[in-house]
Design a protein around this ligand. Structure first.
Ligand code: SF4
Length: 222
């Protein structure tokens, strides 16, 4: 199934099985769709609040919606979405059980990077989602996902993919390469899939994550 081929959030019949606060997640999604806190609201076709039931305890955070996401209102469509599906398959994790979102919920024009002001304006939505989902672990999809979670850009991003850092509210953040960044770089793609394989093993092991724990070396160390 393509990354954008299924129905919208929240899925039916899952509420009883979840630890996440689904009504609060739905309320946040409504707030995002009506949000005009930053200029990105003016150019959007659809805001993209995020989707997934969060029952795995995993919350994934990317950078921003692109054209496909803007058209559908759903996160990680197209080639990047297919690479995300590949990573989750490698990890043995079902996509509907993770919550997938981004640091800004509306598409920046021409897919430019979101500005610091746009990130800051959207950050409360992200932190609300973290509080409502109560995840075991956050996953930063690329440098921008990580800077959105931490509230500032990490100076040493290249050394971080494949490892954990301290995140908001004491929740550990696993750092991944961005699914779009590996499309044309075979060496990075191999590292990306290796990281996700290791992440899946860690997730099933029940071992606590501590900042600095390295599951698999970053491509810069090879
Ligand atoms: S990007 Fe975030 S803060 Fe800006 S309008 Fe969209 S939802 Fe609101």
């Amino acid at each position: 199934m393509g990354a954008c081929g299924a129905s919208a959030f929240p899925p039916e019949g899952l509420a009883g099985a979840l630890t996440a606060d689904l009504p609060r997640i739905a309320m946040i999604a409504d707030r995002v769709r009506a949000c005009g806190r930053c200029p990105l609201s003016a150019g959007r076709t659809n805001a993209v609040p995020g989707e997934g039931d969060g029952s795995s305890g995993i919350l994934l955070v990317g950078e921003a919606p692109g054209r496909n996401e803007d058209e559908t209102g759903r996160p990680f469509c197209g080639a990047a979405g297919r690479n995300l599906d590949l990573a989750l398959k490698e990890a043995g994790i079902l996509r509907p059980t993770v919550f997938v979102t981004s640091i800004v919920k509306c598409r920046p024009p021409e897919n430019r990077d979101p500005t610091p002001a746009e990130r800051a304006a959207c950050r409360p939505h992200l932190l609300d989602q973290v509080a409502a989902l109560r995840p075991r672990v956050l996953v930063a999809l690329g440098r921008h996902g990580l800077s959105g979670l931490l509230g500032e850009a990490p100076p040493n991003f290249a050394s971080l993919p494949g490892s954990f850092v301290a995140g908001p509210g004491g929740i550990p953040v696993f750092v991944s390469l961005h699914p779009a960044a590996v499309i044309y770089r075979q060496r990075w793609k191999e590292a990306y899939l290796r990281h996700w394989r290791a992440f899946g093993e860690w997730h099933r092991s029940g071992v606590p994550a501590v900042p600095g724990l390295v599951l698999s070396p970053p491509p810069s160390a090879e």
